[in-house]
Design a protein around this ligand. Structure first.
Ligand code: ADP
Ligand code: MG
Length: 269
């Protein structure tokens, strides 16, 4: 089968000289026996069932799977936004599950970046103010050179004084991505980052995400249900029923569609 664990989980070598997936001795983020249970009794849901997975540094990984398969749960646990029922998350060499709430919040601020479907920009701030907000909150200085690199890579130079209401959806999401990049986090997590965008702006944001991986060495983990979006990634992880169901390296839209098709068939029998 295309997406099977047997064929999938140990094949990490890329064929095009891209080492994405091969540096797993030092993953950017790693989950071990990661388990999440919501509710109790009759309302009990096993959303993630003992998931082991590594995400390589400087790699663009997409997480896919049927609705309810645990994608958002996995992303939130990896990002330290929610605590697992059991198991652990290592991010940037630190065990997140060992941190207290305040410690975790402070650590997340500088080591983790987020891009949300709804952009989550502050409407009264300009693009420039939104981008530097994580630094201001952490009391960190702006690195002028890095600022220029991020702003130019995302082509935001002529939008810096605009407020979100004066920008298109695609531009807003680029600002959100710049805000994620500005602290040079270990990983940027994105949950359906193109969900609120038209097709063209969606692809534009995806190509900027890919640029931030290729040109800036950023590690990106993105949840999407769109096979065309997943094809921008270098690696796709497939989830089904809260478990890892396989992976695709250097995915094409067709390969992703075929794998999802197979998963859906398996899940429904
Ligand atoms: P996906 O993002 O793949 O659609 P989720 O991670 O959102 O899946 O959900 C996985 C499972 O956990 C689903 O059955 C969902 O209904 C359940 N779930 C998610 N969040 C909660 C929650 N806060 N409380 C109870 N059940 C939840
Ligand atoms: Mg989801």
């Amino acid at each position: 089968m295309t997406a099977g664990v047997d064929r999938g989980m140990t094949r990490f070598a890329g064929s095009d000289g891209n080492f994405c997936g091969m540096e797993l001795s030092k993953p950017a983020v790693a989950a071990r026996k990661l388990t999440k249970v919501y509710g109790a009794g009759e309302a009990r849901v096993l959303a993630l069932d003992s998931v082991d997975v590594d995400f390589a540094a400087a790699c663009f990984t997409a997480i896919m799977g049927p609705s309810g398969s645990g994608k958002s749960t996995l992303l939130n646990l990896l990002a330290g936004l929610d605590a697992p029922t059991s198991g652990s998350v290592q991010l940037g060499g630190k065990d997140l599950t060992g941190l207290g709430d305040n410690e975790l919040t402070a650590w997340r601020r500088t080591h983790v970046g987020f891009v949300f479907q709804a952009f989550n920009l502050l409407p009264m701030l300009t693009a420039a103010q939104n981008i530097r907000l994580p630094l201001d909150l952490a009391g960190d200085k702006l690195d002028r050179e890095w600022w220029d690199t991020v702003v130019d890579t995302l082509a935001l130079r002529d939008r810096l004084n605009h407020r979100p209401s004066e920008m298109s959806g695609g531009q807003r999401q680029r600002v959100a991505l710049a805000r994620g990049l500005i602290t040079r986090p270990d990983v940027i997590f994105a949950d359906e980052p193109t969900g609120n965008l038209d097709t063209r702006s969606g692809f534009e944001v995806l190509s900027f995400l890919r640029r931030s991986v290729r040109e800036l060495g950023q590690s990106v983990v993105m949840v999407t249900h769109d096979p065309a979006a997943a094809a921008y990634a270098e690696r796709v992880i497939l989830l089904a029923d809260g478990r890892l169901a396989g992976e695709i390296l250097h995915p094409s839209k067709e390969a992703v569609l075929a794998a999802l098709d197979e998963l859906t068939t398996l899940v429904n029998v």
